[in-house]
Design a protein around this ligand. Structure first.
Ligand code: C2O
Ligand code: CU
Ligand code: CU
Length: 468
C-alpha cells in the first residue's frame, strides 16, 4: 500500500497550504503488536505531499513530540530559512523545553520557533521524487529511525506529457531497515552501550545502525498485487545506513536488464537506461519502469537485496494477478539535461570525508574538521559553477543541500551506471574519489552538506557552504 496523499488545508492563488502534526503514536508493523513511533501525522512513513511545479507549497509543522524537531525537504530548492538548518529548531508545543533549548555543538542558537513553523517551498524545480525528514543537530538518525520521514513528489508538465505508467501504476517504495525488541519496540542503540552487543544491530559509530527487518512503506516484507503491465517504481532508500542492491527474482525469461531506469534524485534522465539491478545508498532515489507483462498471471516476482543476507536479502513481492490493457510506454527520449561544462567552473575544491579523532573520541570529519555551525567549508558566489573532488575512507553517501550536481568522473573512470542525471546524493565506496560539478544558484545563504549515513551525520560528518 502507498502512504496516504495529504490534502491541502487551503489553496489560494498560487499557494497550497498543508498542515502536519508531529506526534507520538503507535504503528502496527506486526499483527497485533503496537509499536511506539514518532510520526508525521502519527504515521510511518509520513503522508505524501504532491506539489505541481510552479505552485508554492507551504507546510505548517506542529511539534507535539517531547523533543525539538527540524524539517528538511531533501532535494528541495529552498531558501535557507526554510531548508531545515540543524539548529533551526521547532520546540515542543507544550512549552516543556522553552527555557533550556539545547542547540548542540558550539551552543549557538539557531532560528528557534515555539510549537510550530511554516516551511515555504517555491517548487521552482523539475519533477522529482523528494522526501522530507527530521534534521535536528546530533539527533537526526534516531528521529528518522522512529519514523520522521515522508515523501514529497514534485510533478510538472514535461513529465505529465510523457506516456509513462501513472495513477495506480506509479508506486512509491520507501525502503527502510529497522530493528525491534521482543515487545515490538523500535530498537535504536543510541547511547546505551549494552545495545551495541545486541544481535541485529551493529555499533553506531562504524557502519551506522542497521536493522534486520525490511519495511516497505512501513510494512515488513509486503506484497503488492500488480496487473501484467508496466509499472513505475519510485525507489527511495530510507535506511539510516544500509546500502541496497535491488534485483527482480526471477528475471523475466530472456531479459537480463529488466529494471529500466527513467529518473534519479533530481528527476528524469535524458534517456532510459536498463539495469540488471539498482544500487541505492541512504537517501538516494532511482525510478524504474518494470514490465510485468513479461510474467504470466499467477506468477510471483520477488524484489531482493543482493547486499543483504538472511532477513535483509528480501524486500517485497509482486504478485501478478491478471492481464490488462497497457497504453504506457518508455520513450527513447525523456528529457533534456543541461550538461555543466568543466571549462565553466570557476574553482575546484577538495572535500575529504574520513574518520578522525575528535576531542580524543572517534568521529567523522570533512577535511579533518567535525561539524560546527561557524565553520564554512566553501563560500561560492551566487551563480558560480564549481568542481568538487570528493574523497572517502569508507562508504559515505555524500549529500548537498540546495543544489543538484552531475558526476564527471569516478577516480580515473567514467561515471558509474547509476550516476546519470541530476544527483543530490552520491554513494562513494572506501578509498574512492568522485569529481562532481554544480552551479550554486537559487538562493544566497548558508546550507549544509554531509554524509547521509545518518549516524555519520550525527557524528559530525557535516559541513557548511555559504552562497554569497
Ligand atoms: Cu536528507 Cu541533509 O538530508
Ligand atoms: Cu537534503
Ligand atoms: Cu559516512
Amino acid at each position: 500500500t502507498q502512504p496516504p496523499v495529504l490534502a491541502p488545508v487551503e489553496s489560494t492563488g498560487d499557494t497550497d497550504v498543508y498542515e502536519i502534526t508531529q506526534r507520538e503514536a503507535t504503528a502496527e508493523f506486526f499483527e497485533g503488536v503496537q509499536t511506539p513511533i514518532w510520526g508525521y501525522d502519527g504515521i510511518f512513513p509520513g503522508p505524501t505531499i504532491v506539489s505541481p511545479r510552479g505552485r508554492t507549497t507551504v507546510v505548517r509543522h506542529r511539534n507535539e513530540l517531547p523533543v525539538p524537531s527540524v524539517v528538511h525537504l531533501h532535494g528541495g530548492r529552498v531558501a535557507p530559512e526554510h531548508d531545515g538548518y540543524p539548529t533551526d529548531l521547532i520546540l515542543p508545543a507544550d512549552g516543556s523545553l522553552d527555557d533550556h533549548h539545547g542547540t548542540g555543538h558550539g551552543g549557538h542558537a539557531g532560528d528557534v520557533t515555539h510549537g510550530s513553523r511554516s516551511y515555504e517551498y517555491p517548487i521552482d524545480q523539475r519533477a522529482a521524487t523528494l522526501w522530507y525528514h527530521d534534521h535536528r543537530m546530533d539527533f537526526t538518525a534516531p528521529a528518522v529511525w522512529r519514523g520522521l520521514a515522508g515523501l514529497h513528489l514534485v510533478t510538472d508538465e514535461e513529465e505529465r506529457a510523457l506516456p509513462l505508467p501513472d495513477g495506480d501504476r506509479d508506486l512509491a517504495l520507501v525502503i527502510m531497515d529497522r530493528a525491534f525488541d521482543e515487545d515490538g519496540a523500535l530498537r535504536y542503540p543510541s547511547r546505551d552501550p549494552e545495545l551495541l552487543e545486541t544481535p541485529g544491530v551493529t555499533a553506531p559509530y562504524e557502519a551506522g545502525v542497521l536493522g534486520d527487518v525490511i519495511l516497505v512503506n512501513g510494512t515488513p516484507w509486503p506484497y503488492q498485487e500488480v496487473d501484467a503491465v508496466r509499472y513505475r517504481l519510485r525507489l527511495l532508500n530510507g535506511c539510516n545506513a544500509r546500502r541496497l542492491r535491488l534485483r527482480l527474482d526471477p528475471a523475466p525469461d530472456g531479459v537480463d536488464e529488466p529494471l529500466v531506469q527513467i529518473a534519479s534524485d533530481g528527476g528524469l534522465l535524458e534517456r532510459p537506461r536498463a539495469h540488471p539491478h539498482i544500487d541505492l545508498a541512504s537517501a538516494e532515489r532511482q525510478e524504474v519502469v518494470v514490465d510485468f507483462s513479461r510474467y504470466g498471471p499467477g506468477q510471483t516476482v520477488r524484489l531482493v537485496n543482493d547486499f543483504g543476507s538472511g532477513t535483509t536479502a528480501d524486500v517485497m513481492e509482486f504478485r501478478v494477478v491478471r492481464e490488462a490493457r497497457d497504453e504506457s510506454e518508455v520513450p527513447e527520449r525523456l528529457s533534456e539535461i543541461e550538461r555543466l561544462d568543466p571549462a565553466d567552473a570557476v574553482r575546484e575544491r577538495d572535500m575529504v570525508f574520513q574518520s578522525n579523532a575528535v576531542d580524543g573520541q572517534h568521529g567523522w570529519t570533512i577535511n579533518g574538521d567535525p561539524f560546527s555551525v561557524d565553520r564554512v567549508h566553501a563560500a561560492p558566489n551566487h551563480g558560480d559553477i564549481e568542481i568538487w573532488n570528493l574523497y572517502t575512507d569508507f562508504h559515505h553517501p555524500i549529500h548537498l543541500h540546495l543544489v543538484h550536481f552531475q558526476v564527471l568522473k569516478r577516480g580515473s573512470r567514467e561515471p558509474g551506471r547509476f550516476d546519470g542525471g541530476w544527483k543530490d546524493t552520491l554513494d562513494l565506496g572506501p578509498a574512492e574519489q568522485a569529481r562532481i560539478i554544480t552551479r550554486f544558484d537559487g538562493y544566497r545563504g548558508k546550507y549544509v552538506f554531509h554524509c547521509h549515513n545518518l549516524e555519520h551525520e550525527d557524528m559530525m560528518m557535516m559541513g557548511n557552504f555559504e552562497v554569497r
